[in-house]
Structure formats: structure tokens, C-alpha cells
Design a protein around this ligand. Structure first.
Ligand SMILES: [Zn+2]
Length: 484
């Protein structure tokens, strides 16, 4: 049975055996076939038919290299391994995609790919480069092809699609791909630009205009697949596509975080203040977590009680029942200290983003647990001035987004954030410039400044392209965003 496109020789010992929608290539070596990508489970019959048409036997396939774990490129691997007996290679980082929940069946590759692997069969060697972004474990493949006595370098970018890097996708609870993959994608492009490629193949036929080239193959004297300019043009388009997404999101989804609720108007960090913040047009709530003597996370900024309650001692000196007797005051208005759970029970279901700052050590586990229990994990950022607390949060709940609060960030800080897997840069508003926001976005970080003291600074932060800000007057920010 044939697919919707005929199998054919591209150049040298490289053959196309996939379908229009799902590419599959084989390299015919002196000791059998290396297959690149398996197509989906629905592509297997077409691939086997194409091998047969070309005079290959399924048993000739010795190695199957998977560029990444998505079902349209890896879904056929299990079935193909059964039929061919080949050994399958995939990056360990992409194991989560070949799980029961993603494929409908479990699949375990025979080998993991490692950066720089040179995989040889007979007279042919494929160089495998770790190029994450499209997925966490995407690999790109390079090999030489000899055509009419000339040697050409062929290459495949293993995952160039950027839809997986859209906010709407990243925030889906079933996806759990970190925003840092955007930074990884840009680094991948930098790296791939160093490669010289004469013959580009894709994991979908439209990526390398295969239909058009195939038609020309029989009319033109030159092999249309040999085009040393195509690779760089393709990488440039991929880079522009991600920039477009980042810029559009920055335009449309600015988070206006009411700082400790509408803390200019109502007693800070009380239910009253949060309700007021929403009423004033905030689409996010920022708050602080301290823990009581009996280990309950409560929403309170200071370590000590004096400034906002007039009481002596620290939050951690009192059990919750005692703290609940105290009042938080602002201009004659009073409210009680809420627990994080009381807050989530009321606000979790609303279309809001939450910034939850850890003010103390030891609350990481219970805070992460509450975030999951109330289902706000995909619309919340856990922040702290202490990078160690963020590391602990990441160790407990690697999918939770985190933000580092700091007056300003140096290059070393950015490296430390990247190493710790922190998603968001939270610097003082006066340190935000359009150039820095662009640089931070390119590295995959969200940008959410604080200490916005006046309208002028507020406008500057918005215009610089930040993703949100914490603010004491969300009404003025909402008005500015609306009229922009
Ligand atoms: Zn994919």
C-alpha cells in the first residue's frame, strides 16, 4: 500500500518513504537502512509499502532515529520496531511524549540520544545534535550524501514548529512545557546556523517544499534538492515566527497585578483588598505568604505584626487561631488576616493570574500542594527574593512557574536563573528598558517589574514590553492598557 506520495531517491543514498503530512526518510548503507522518524501509527503501512516499492525489505531497517517524541513523528516507532527488528533512538527528555497518555500505548526506545552522537551503520554516519525548543528533547540530524561524485551535507532540523511555544500551549495543564523552552529554541537556532547544509530535509514535506522539488526532479538537469541557501532561510523564518508570537502575546496579555490587593485603598493582603483590586480592573493578584506557628500559610507581608496590625511579635509566634483575632487596618477600614487556602477557595476559579511570594523558608511544600489542590498551577507564579526557595519549589513541583524578585539582574543572575529553571524576572520598575526586555524575552524569561511608584513609570514599563507589573493603583493601569 502506498502513501499519498510516491517513494523516491532524494540524493545519494537518501530516500523519502513517508507521506505528505509525515516525513520519513531512509539512508541505504552498506549494512542496511537507517530510518529517520517513524511517522505516526497511521503512517506505518505507507512506509512499509514505500520500502517495498523501492525494493527494500522491512528487515533491512536496522536503526530508527526519532527527531522528537510527538506522535506524528514517533507514534509509528513501536509498530515499525516490531516489523523490522530495528533499534530505536530518542532523547530521554522526550520520554513523556511517548507515554500511554500521549500515544495511547507505552513505548520505550532502545537507546537515548546524546548531544554529538555519531551513529554509524556500514559506510554511513549520522551526526546527532541536541536542539531543544520544539520539545525538550528535539534532535537534529546531519550526514553526507554523494551525488555525481560530489559530497553534499544534508541536514534536518528535528523540530522547527513554534506553536508549542505559545503561551496558550505552555499554560495548558496537560503540557507542562517550561517558558524557558523559548530561550532554548533561540539557542538552538544560533547553533544550527553554524551548520552548513546543502540539502535540507524536513519532518513535514512542506518544510522543504518537497512537492515542488519532486516535480522539478524530472524536468531540470540539476537536483532541485541541492540548495545551499535554503537552510539559513528556513532558520531565519523559524526565528521570526517565534518573535512574532512573543511580541503579540506581550501586546495582548499584560498582567495587571493588584499589589497585596488594592493596597492603596484597603487593608493590604485582606480579602477586601483583593476584591477591590478586581473591581478596579486588575487581572492578577499579588500576595505574600508567611506561616503561622502551627504551619498554616497566611497572607501577610511583614515578618512582624506591628505595622499593619499594631500587635507585638511575629506571624510565626502565633497559631492561626490567635492570629485570626487580630485586625489589619487601613484608614479606619478593618479586615482579618486570610489564609492562602481561604484566598484560593474564593479566587481560584476566576480568570486571574496569581503571584504568590514566599516570605519564609519551609512553606514551599504546603504552598505547592494548595496551588495544585485548587487547580491554579497553570496560572500562577511563585516568587521570592531568595533563589533557594525557588529551587526548592522547582524540586517539589518542577512544572510550577517561578519568579525571582530582585532590585536588578546581572548577567550572572540570568545564568543562575536559567540554571535554576526560574521563569520570570521581577526587577524594580526603574531598571526596565525596551532593550533589556527584548534581551530577557529572547532568553525565554517573562518580565514582571515591581515598585511602580507613579503613572509615568507605569507607562514606561508597559511600553518597554514587559509581561505584567505589580501595582498599587490597578485602575490607572487598566485605563492605560485599555486606551493604548
Ligand atoms: Zn512536533
Amino acid at each position: 500500500m502506498l502513501g499519498d506520495t510516491s517513494p523516491f531517491r532524494i540524493a545519494g543514498n537518501l530516500y523519502f518513504v513517508g507521506t505528505r503530512a509525515k516525513s520519513c526518510h531512509v539512508l541505504s548503507t552498506s549494512r542496511g537502512l537507517i530510518m529517520i522518524d517513524s511517522g505516526g501509527i497511521d503512517t506505518v503501512d505507507a512506509i512499509l509499502g514505500s520500502l517495498d516499492t523501492l525494493g527494500f525489505s522491512p528487515k533491512d531497517v536496522k536503526i530508527i532515529l526519532l527527531s522528537h517524541g510527538h506522535p506524528d513523528h514517533a507514534g509509528g516507532a513501536k509498530r515499525l520496531r516490531e516489523v523490522t527488528g530495528a533499534e530505536v533512538y530518542l532523547a530521554e527528555e522526550d520520554l513523556k511524549y511517548v507515554s500511554e497518555s500521549q500515544l495511547g500505548f507505552r513505548f520505550v526506545p532502545d537507546h537515548f540520544l546524546f548531544d554529538g552522537d555519531e551513529i554509524s551503520l556500514g559506510d554511513t554516519t549520522v551526526t546527532c545534535l541536541f536542539t531543544p525548543g520544539h520539545t525538550e528533547g528535539t534532535f537534529s540530524f546531519f550526514f553526507d550524501l554523494v551525488e555525481n561524485g560530489m559530497t553534499y551535507r544534508a541536514g534536518m532540523f528535528g523540530g522547527s514548529g513554534v506553536n508549542q511555544l505559545k503561551k496558550s500551549y505552555l499554560n495548558r495543564p496537560d503540557r507542562r512545557v517550561s517558558y524557558l523552552m523559548r530561550g532554548a529554541f533561540f539557542k538552538t537556532l544560533d547553533r544550527l546556523e553554524e551548520e552548513h547544509v546543502d540539502i535540507m530535509i524536513g519532518n513535514h514535506t512542506w518544510q522543504n517544499n518537497q512537492d515542488e522539488k519532486y516535480k522539478k526532479m524530472f524536468s531540470s538537469p540539476e537536483n532541485p534538492f541541492i540548495d545551499p541557501t535554503e537552510w539559513m532561510k528556513y532558520l531565519t523564518r523559524a526565528r521570526e515566527a517565534l518573535w512574532k508570537i512573543i511580541r503579540e502575546e506581550a501586546k495582548t496579555e499584560f498582567v495587571n497585578y493588584a499589589h497585596r490587593g488594592a493596597s492603596d485603598l484597603r487593608p493590604e493582603n485582606t480579602m477586601m483588598a483583593f476584591y477591590a483590586g478586581i473591581a478596579l480592573g486588575a487581572n492578577g493578584l499579588e500576595t505574600d505568604v508567611q506561616t503561622t506557628r502551627d504551619g498554616i500559610p497566611v497572607l501577610f507581608h511583614d515578618e512582624t505584626l506591628l505595622r499593619v496590625t499594631g500587635e507585638a511579635g511575629a506571624v510565626r509566634d502565633y497559631p492561626l487561631a490567635e492570629l485570626k483575632k487580630f485586625t489589619v487596618k487601613k484608614d479606619g477600614v478593618v479586615d482579618r488576616i486570610p489564609t492562602l487556602e481561604e484566598f484560593l477557595a474564593v479566587f481560584a476559579w476566576r480568570d486571574l493570574t496569581f503571584a504568590i511570594e514566599l516570605k519564609t523558608d519551609g512553606a514551599e511544600e504546603i504552598v505547592a500542594d494548595l496551588i495544585y489542590r485548587y487547580g491554579v498551577d497553570c496560572k500562577c507564579v511563585v516568587t521570592s527574593f531568595a533563589l533557594d526557595r525557588l529551587r526548592r519549589i522547582r524540586a517539589i513541583a518542577p512544572e510550577l512557574r517561578t519568579g525571582w524578585l530582585k532590585k536588578d539582574v546581572s548577567d550572572e543572575d540570568l545564568d543562575a536563573m536559567e540554571a535554576a529553571g526560574v521563569d520570570e524576572i521581577c526587577v524594580r520598575a526603574e531598571n526596565v528598558t525596551p532593550e533589556r526586555v527584548e534581551e530577557w524575552h529572547a532568553r525565554g524569561f517573562n518580565v514582571r517589574p515591581w515598585a511602580v511608584t507613579d503613572d509615568d513609570l507605569m507607562r514606561r514599563v508597559v511600553d518597554a514590553g514587559a509581561d505584567g507589573m505589580t501595582i498599587n493603583f490597578p485602575d490607572r493601569l487598566a485605563a492605560y492598557l485599555k486606551n493604548r
